[in-house]
Design a protein around this ligand. Structure first.
Ligand SMILES: Nc1ncnc2c1ncn2[C@@H]1O[C@H](COP(=O)(O)OP(=O)(O)O)[C@@H](O)[C@H]1O
Ligand SMILES: Nc1ccn([C@@H]2O[C@H](COP(=O)(O)OP(=O)(O)O)[C@@H](O)[C@H]2O)c(=O)n1
Length: 419
């Protein structure tokens, strides 16, 4: 595998493979060597007698790659025997931006031949590399074998690479491809993605038509622009409405109302496409801000902080510590997007947030495991919110009563925006 995939990027020996066995621990990192080597066995503690495979998606077309990678998981979950476990896997050059090739690592404890049949089908029809991992010899060394598609069907290649442990890289692999895969730092970069989707997602054209008619607005506004950010159910709607009234302001939101007919559609798309849609929403809203902030203060329900924080938190796998360090360029503000005067982040304990969600009649029946995963996700969103700069957000305790939160926020606005 290494050879074909990596011919595009360089020599395979510079690549490292990461398998996420468990969200709370570091991935297992390994590299490949052409010859037998002594040393600790990479999978000793995590794989018993299971058969293992890896799948890597390749395509030079970023849209095809994103669509296929997203769909592959669903397809495999449906077709593979239930004894199979699919894990996230990345192949990357340590600390080299944009070097990640995404894939899945498959553990198979079934004794059936169904797994190989499904993988063989994939190999024949789809942009995917398949490898088997075998453990053999007296010292139980793991090796990787690339499958090839031949006229007689697929075969396991004769070339084998020894699997050897690799060092933990300075940056978690999921942080390497954030720029322009998950977060877009200019109008043009987001626009290009939707343009490329035109044929497969007809709705992109309608969105681009709206975007083409947007008003451009980058300059400083006459009246202050105040953004209210926070996780779902922290009280943004309640506060933005009362603030708007108290200040005689105009209430706007991102994504703007005019994108509502397409939002659900884009929410089902892979991150690349979904995030480009939200990024463009911010530019549409910026046009509206430019108009409205000539006449009155503007209160904004979500803006760039939401777009970037959710995108980064979703993209970065595993632990909170895997997020890019504070000060990283991924937390920077797009140079061509109108900057608000003040960003307030509503913060709430997980318990109170859950209580408010339940009052609203949502999220009552989550499983324990999902709760745990969501807990990690929420922590990552909040942390990313706080690391975004240009302007950075000011955290507000959203646990008091609606009126007390309003009074606290009015004081802050008076102090920071001289209103
Ligand atoms: N300060 C507050 N104290 C108690 N409940 C609140 C407060 N602010 C909002 N709520 C309630 O919590 C729920 C979520 O608030 P909402 O404003 O819809 O949040 P968001 O827009 O952030 O999702 C609603 O049922 C709302 O009435
Ligand atoms: N400006 C924005 C607003 C929302 N979003 C996305 O929209 C989602 C939040 O939507 P939501 O339905 O919870 O929003 P609210 O109903 O809380 O306003 C997040 O997953 C963000 O990824 C965004 O990317 N950019």
């Amino acid at each position: 595998m290494a050879r074909r995939i990596l011919s595009r990027f360089g020599h395979w020996s510079s690549y490292v493979f990461a398998v996420e066995f468990d969200t709370k621990s570091d991935p297992i990192y390994f590299a490949l060597e052409g010859k037998h080597s002594e040393g600790p066995q990479v999978f000793r503690n995590v794989l018993a007698d299971e058969r293992c495979y890896s799948l890597h998606v390749y395509s030079d077309d970023i849209i095809e790659r994103a669509k296929f990678y997203g769909g592959l998981k669903n397809k495999l979950s449906k077709e593979l025997p239930s004894e199979c476990t699919l894990l996230e896997m990345s192949t990357f050059q340590p600390n080299v931006k944009d070097s990640v090739i995404k894939g899945y690592f498959l553990k198979d404890s079934s004794k059936s031949s169904a797994t190989e049949r499904v993988l063989g089908e994939l190999l024949r029809n789809d942009p995917v590399y398949v490898c088997s991992y075998l453990c053999g010899g007296e010292d139980r060394q793991w090796s990787q074998h690339l499958w090839s598609n031949t006229e007689d069907g697929w075969v396991v290649g004769s070339e084998k690479y020894c699997v050897v442990p690799a060092e933990k890289p300075k940056h978690h692999p999921s942080t390497l491809n954030i720029i322009n895969d998950d977060v877009f730092y200019s109008f043009e970069d987001a626009y290009k993605v939707l343009q490329q989707c035109g044929d497969i997602i007809p709705e992109s054209k309608a969105v681009l038509e709206l975007v083409d008619q947007r008003l451009e607005s980058k300059e400083k506004t006459a009246f202050p622009v105040i953004v209210i950010e926070g996780l779902d159910a922290t009280g943004k709607t309640t506060l933005t409405e009362s603030l708007t009234e108290a200040l005689g302001a105009t209430l706007l939101r991102s994504p703007p109302q005019c994108l509502s007919p397409w939002r659900a559609r884009f929410d089902t798309e892979p991150p690349l496409i979904r995030r480009a849609f939200y990024a463009l929403g911010n530019y549409l809203t910026a046009g509206q801000i430019g108009q409205e902030a000539r006449k009155a203060p503007v209160i904004l329900d979500r803006y760039w902080h939401s777009t970037a924080a959710y995108a980064i938190a979703t993209a970065v796998g595993g632990k909170l510590g895997n997020l890019p360090q504070a000060g990283s360029e991924v937390y920077g503000w797009p140079g061509d997007l109108l900057r608000p005067s003040l960003v307030l982040l509503l913060s709430l304990s997980p318990q109170e947030r859950m209580r408010r969600l339940q009052v609203r009649g949502q999220d009552k029946t989550r499983e324990e495991e999902e709760l745990e995963a969501n807990h990690l996700f929420r922590q990552k969103v909040e942390e990313a919110y706080q690391r975004i700069e240009g302007p950075a957000c000011v955290t507000v305790d959203a646990s008091p009563s609606p009126d007390q939160v309003l009074q606290q926020v009015l004081l802050l606005i008076r102090e920071k925006c001289h209103l």
